[in-house]
Structures are given as structure tokens and as C-alpha cells.
Design a protein around this ligand. Structure first.
Ligand SMILES: *Cc1c(COP(=O)(O)O)cnc(C)c1O
Length: 358
């Protein structure tokens, strides 16, 4: 079976060696030495000054919204994983969708200003598939209208934009370390900010608000990750360069084998050092997509419709029409993409796709 992704695992002995440190210390959570070491090593690898590792990639969105959105209107993208929208609704803020750019697939910054009202407090945009939003334009709009900017960077591990980690943009940026993502701790995630004041708030918010054992800085929840999960992250670190290189190899082979006259692939924003996190293709129509998907499934190949449906169509949201996002969502398919994917399998996949677009 070939899935859209296959979790990269380090050799078991290597995981066990790290894991044993937590075991021997009898310290398996509450920011033990493995979490601290992982944070420090990831900071150097990613090129960020501050980060907090969390239990997943959704909690940091919820924490950032709670601190910054004030239960107002949050301008957001309809083309993302459901967590982006559900975090807003969960916080009892109001999602206000702005359609996406048809080539970059990120929020269309030229349509943001017209969506701003006196209730707008924040923008929550996704660097979808690790492709940066127009961060400069969004920053200008946010400053002019006194809005906070949160980036859902779940797909952005290792992405650089104009020489800096993509996580350095926005007031707060998040990442997911879920097993399906490029770098993972099974379940896990992170939040980033350049501001010391905001870092302090994010930090205590993910730890019940604690200020020592008996005092509290403020409201908090439990967003901590365990040592058992951090051990996975540490055991994966030596393989990061290899993971990235293999992904590029898979990507290049798809580009060579696919008939790209009738298939649109994603346009990465200029100035980006990308991470090859996904291989999305836009089929000519939903019908061709469904037909190709059926044939691939018969061969036990399971691409995924990332992201479908367009989030404005989710029943508990039921937002206004977003023509570009709905059109893209109906035609986009993410092909299997992981380091161990073999060339002959990629060629089978491309054969089926190519056959279905002519
Ligand atoms: C995976 C993902 C999340 C959620 O991350 P978890 O670690 O699964 O909680 C949020 N946003 C986007 C865009 C994602 O792809």
C-alpha cells in the first residue's frame, strides 16, 4: 500500500537510546531535559531565537487566538486544514474568510482590507504546503489597521523566506510535529514569536498559567509535550538533511514524469527556500480527479484531497462562497510524498495521472 505519506522513523535502537535517558531519570514530562535539548537544537536548526514545543499543532493556534484575537472577527483562509478554522470557532472568535490566490494558494492579500470591520482583531493565515503568504503585504495591512497576525505554519518546518525562518514572521507563528508532517514527535507542535513579552504569555499559557508552584501569571491550559515524544524528535534530528534531500529527489522525479501541460503544480513564492513538504497537483476538473483517484485506489495507492472541502463549506461555519478556494479544493490532489518512496512507484502513479488528463 502506498499512502500520501509514510512516517519517517529512526532505527529503533537509536530511539531507545534517547528514550532511555528519560526512563533512567524517571522524568517523563513537565519540560524535562529532552524537551529542553530538542528546543535548543531546533532553534539552531531552524534559525529562530525563541520557541516553545507543544503537545500538537492545534493548541498553539488556540493559545495564540486566546491571547490576541479577543473573540473578535479573525480574517482567515478557507484553504487549509480544518484546524485553522476550528481553532477560531473553538475560541468563540468569528472566522471571516478571504479568498485565496489561484497560483500561490495562500490568502489573497489584495482582498483583506475590504474584509476588515471595527470588530476585526486578527489575521490567521496559513502558509499552505509551506508556501509563504505575502508576509510583507499582510504585515503592512496589519500595522495600518492595528491587527495581530498569526501564521499557521504547520507545513513550514525548515522553510526559509528571504534568508530567515518563515516562523519569524507574524506576531505568532505555529508548527505541527504530527506524524504525518515532515519533522515529527508522533504528536507535537511548536509556537514562535520574536517578542519577549508575547513569549512570556505563550509560555505560561501552555503551562496552566503557572508562576512557580503556587502563583499564577494568568489563565493557562496544558499544552506541554512529554519526554517520550521529545525522544522521537531528538532521534530524528540526525536525519533531517537526508529527509529534506530525499523529498527533493521525489519532487524532481514527479516533475520529470508528470505531463505538466494539463496539470498545474503549486507556484512557490519568490525568495523561498522550500521544504518539499507536499506534492499537490491541480487536475483539469473534479471529474478527472475522481477518476484518477479511483484508479489509484484500485492499485492500493492513496493520494489525499488536501484540502477538501473548502473550509467555508463546513456545516458549523457555513460561510459565504469563496469561488477560487472552492474551485481549487475540488481539483487538488496531493500525491504520495515521503523519503522512502521508490521511483518505479512514482512512475506507476504518474502513468495513471497522465492517462486521466488527456
Ligand atoms: C496538521 C495541521 C494542523 C494541526 O496540527 P496537529 O499537530 O495535528 O494538531 C493545523 N493546521 C494545518 C494547516 C495542518 O496541516
Amino acid at each position: 500500500m502506498i499512502n500520501v505519506t509514510q512516517t519517517f522513523l529512526p532505527p529503533l535502537e537509536e530511539y531507545m537510546t534517547v528514550f532511555k535517558r528519560a526512563y533512567d531519570a524517571r522524568w517523563i514530562t513537565n519540560r524535562g531535559s529532552l524537551v529542553l535539548e530538542l528546543e535548543s537544537k531546533l532553534q539552531s536548526f531552524l534559525g529562530v531565537n525563541q520557541m516553545i514545543i507543544t503537545n500538537n499543532g492545534t493548541t498553539p493556534l488556540q493559545i495564540a487566538l486566546r491571547l490576541l484575537a479577543n473573540q473578535g472577527e479573525v480574517i482567515t483562509t478557507p484553504f487549509s486544514y480544518v484546524a485553522t478554522s476550528s481553532a477560531i470557532v473553538w475560541d468563540r472568535s468569528t472566522p471571516v474568510f478571504v479568498d485565496i490566490d489561484p497560483e500561490y494558494l495562500t490568502i489573497d492579500e489584495t482582498k483583506i482590507v475590504e474584509a476588515i470591520t471595527e470588530r476585526t482583531t486578527a489575521i490567521l493565515a496559513t502558509h499552505v504546503f509551506g508556501n509563504p503568504c505575502n508576509v510583507e503585504a499582510i504585515d503592512r495591512i496589519a500595522k495600518r489597521h492595528n491587527l495581530k497576525v498569526i501564521y499557521d505554519g504547520a507545513h513550514c518546518f525548515g522553510v526559509k523566506y528571504k534568508g530567515s525562518s518563515l516562523f519569524n514572521y507574524g506576531d505568532v507563528s505555529t508548527c505541527s510535529f504530527h506524524a504525518t508532517k515532515l519533522f515529527h514527535t508522533g504528536e507535537g507542535g511548536a509556537m514562535f514569536t520574536e517578542s519577549h513579552e508575547l513569549f512570556h504569555k505563550l509560555y505560561y499559557s501552555h503551562n496552566f498559567g503557572h508562576d512557580g508552584p503556587e502563583n499564577f501569571h494568568g489563565l493557562g491550559i496544558n499544552g506541554k509535550i512529554s519526554e517520550l515524544q521529545a525522544a522521537m524528535g531528538l532521534a530524528l534530528l540526525p536525519y533531517l538533511e537526508q529527509i529534506m534531500a530525499e523529498r527533493k529527489r521525489v519532487y524532481d522525479h514527479y516533475e520529470a514524469e508528470l505531463d505538466l501541460r494539463d496539470i498545474q503544480s503549486i507556484k512557490i513564492r519568490e525568495g523561498t527556500l522550500w521544504n518539499y513538504s507536499y506534492f499537490p497537483i491541480l487536475m483539469p476538473s473534479e471529474n478527472t480527479l475522481l477518476k484518477a483517484q479511483r484508479e489509484l485506489n484500485q492499485e492500493r495507492i492513496f493520494p489525499r484531497r488536501y484540502f477538501y472541502p473548502s473550509l467555508n463549506k463546513i456545516p458549523y461555519i457555513n460561510g459565504p462562497d469563496m469561488p477560487v478556494s472552492e474551485n481549487i479544493a475540488s481539483r487538488i490532489l496531493c500525491l504520495p510524498m515521503y523519503p522512502e518512496l521508490q521511483k518505479p512507484d512514482q512512475e506507476r502513479i504518474c502513468g495513471i495521472i497522465n492517462k486521466n488528463i488527456c
